[in-house]
Design a binder for this molecule. Structure first.
Ligand code: SAH
Length: 506
């Protein structure tokens, strides 16, 4: 059989955005993904769902798979004709044993490619605000391992050269030997006051950075309890951090939030929060499902010509409605002549994505505002189609009917509680690891509450509840909980802006 191919891919240091485009494309076509401890598992999302995923890193006290076994795995999978993505933290050829893996592939005549990644040392410097070279101070840079091998003692390195012959030093895997490294450097001529930065979990929202002097840093690290994985940067350039730090100055840096909407809809919020430095965890408490019965909707679709207006109030409603339209082999022409009313900017955008322009986007996008605006324009004799979720309030159909319109309001989707999320959420609450939970609708809260009942009060401890708008807040308060924050306008941008404001005051 023709052998497959192995791609040694650098996953970058942690921030998923630091994967290269080529790395992403290789992941997307691979049959097998073999990945390490330091490769961000979020990147597996780029793989085909059918791809086999094999973790070879260490976990919960267990050691990683021995290198010989990993080598063999690469050979076996490729020999079976598969395309193998070997995803390694940072860059595959920087202290990653990528060289050993490539050598075996070469020996076995298995085709391979190497896709570089952003190495942790470079990334840690960038995210800590340290230019690794600077024409005024440093013209050279060395990458070193602080890890000792029985056959190659650290103490036998040419410390003289390292101490005086080079500018900036970046140590990988140096935490256990930091004391010895700093003592040796000082002994051989580096100034004891040379600035040092230790950066743990660089580029991730849990990044920790400690700076100090070469003669004191090992004790400081011990006191602060900073553990691997960390990068150690030694040299005068570290002084620039004070001016050039940006990442850990972001307003929501170090905060961790739970998002409760379905994955597909959480992406916008995730991006907005991460841009402010926050860590996000997505565990949906709602799932969008089809209605149990389509007949009311189908009936309406079979006589679209009757309606003068179509009221759409959510992105989910828009998607479900258009899906059903297409299910009946209908297209946009079936909506010709019907006034399209979009409630909220996101709904409007979703409609536009389907190639239609809303005729009216009421200023106030609560149901009350919509009703008021429509009634002020006159609704007598009009016929509205209002596709909705199962648990929608009655305000729109009732008020418009009372004002003389006719309204059909078929259910086009339901929100249900997904199974199997309870334990993950319980763990996060019990360990007190969450700063806040963001609720984007009443059902996201209702379902969370249903998972834990009255125990939620005790479980939540210091975790705040943030709400997207008045209705969601009402639901939260109805169950006896406090709403720590609600933006003035119910959009994600406003919610994130309110969160930034909230933490700038605390
Ligand atoms: N090939 C990788 C290095 C693997 S060696 C690369 O190019 O980055 C493992 C060491 O890398 C760790 O002990 C630590 O020193 C460093 N490291 C990797 N990711 C890191 C991160 N996000 N933050 C700090 N150090 C990291």
């Amino acid at each position: 059989m023709k052998p497959g191919k192995v791609y040694l891919i650098g996953a970058g240091p942690g921030d998923p955005g630091l994967l290269t485009i080529k790395g992403r494309d290789c992941l997307a076509q691979a049959d097998v993904i073999i990945y390490d401890y330091l490769a961000n598992p979020v990147l597996l999302g780029y793989a085909q769902s059918s791809a086999e995923r094999i973790y070879v890193g260490k976990s919960c006290g267990k050691h990683s798979m021995p290198q010989e076994e990993i080598n063999q795995l690469l050979v076996d999978k490729a020999s079976a004709g598969l395309s193998v993505a070997r995803l390694k933290g940072g860059d595959p050829y920087v202290f990653g044993r990528g060289g050993e893996e490539a050598t075996i592939l070469h020996q076995q005549q298995i085709p391979f490619e190497v896709i570089p990644g952003v190495t942790a040392g470079f990334a840690a410097a960038a995210y800590a605000g340290i230019p690794l070279t600077h024409r005024d101070i440093t013209t050279s840079l060395a990458l070193l391992t602080g890890h000792e091998r029985p056959d190659r003692k650290l103490s036998s390195l040419d410390w003289q050269k390292l101490a005086t012959g080079l500018g900036t030093l970046i140590f990988y895997m140096g935490m256990t030997n930091l004391k010895m490294i700093s003592e040796k450097l000082i002994e051989h001529g580096r100034a004891p006051e040379t600035p040092v930065a230790v950066i743990r979990w660089a580029t991730l929202p849990r990044q920790q950075t400690l700076t100090g002097r070469l003669d004191q840093i090992a004790d400081q690290v011990k006191t602060a309890g900073i553990k691997p994985p960390a990068i150690i940067i030694i040299g005068e350039v570290v002084r620039y951090r004070e001016e050039l730090r940006w990442y850990d100055n972001l307003p929501l840096f170090g905060k961790r939030f739970l998002l409760t909407r379905p994955y597909a809809q959480a992406a916008g919020m995730v991006a907005l929060l991460q841009a402010q430095g926050a860590e996000t965890i997505c565990i949906p408490t709602i799932e969008i499902a089809e209605p149990l019965d389509w007949s009311a909707c189908d009936q309406a679709l079979s006589q679209l010509g009757r309606y003068t207006g179509l009221i759409l109030t959510s992105a989910n409603g828009v998607e479900s409605f258009f899906n059903r339209l297409s299910y009946h082999n209908l297209d946009l022409r079936a909506l010709a002549g019907i006034e399209i009313i979009a409630v909220g900017p996101k709904t409007a955008r979703t409609i536009e994505n389907h190639g239609l322009k809303p005729d009216l986007i009421p200023q106030d996008f609560r149901a009350e505002g919509v009703v008021e605006e429509l009634i002020s324009r006159g609704v007598t004799g009009k016929r509205y189609l209002y596709p909705r979720t199962e648990i929608a309030r009655r305000l729109i159909p009732d008020s418009l009917s009372a004002a003389g319109a006719e309204v059909d309001d078929p259910v086009v989707y339901r929100t249900i509680a997904p199974a199997g999320k309870q334990e993950m959420i319980r763990h996060l609450l019990e360990t007190g690891e969450l700063d806040a939970i963001c609720f984007s609708s009443s059902s996201t809260f209702d379902n969370l509450h249903a998972m834990f009942g009255d125990e939620l009060q005790k479980l939540k401890k210091a975790t705040d509840f943030f709400s997207i708008g008045p209705l969601t807040s009402q639901t939260i308060r109805k169950h006896g909980f406090e709403v720590a924050l609600e933006p003035e306008k119910s959009t994600l941008d406003d919610l994130v802006a309110a969160m930034v404001e909230y933490y700038s005051n605390t």
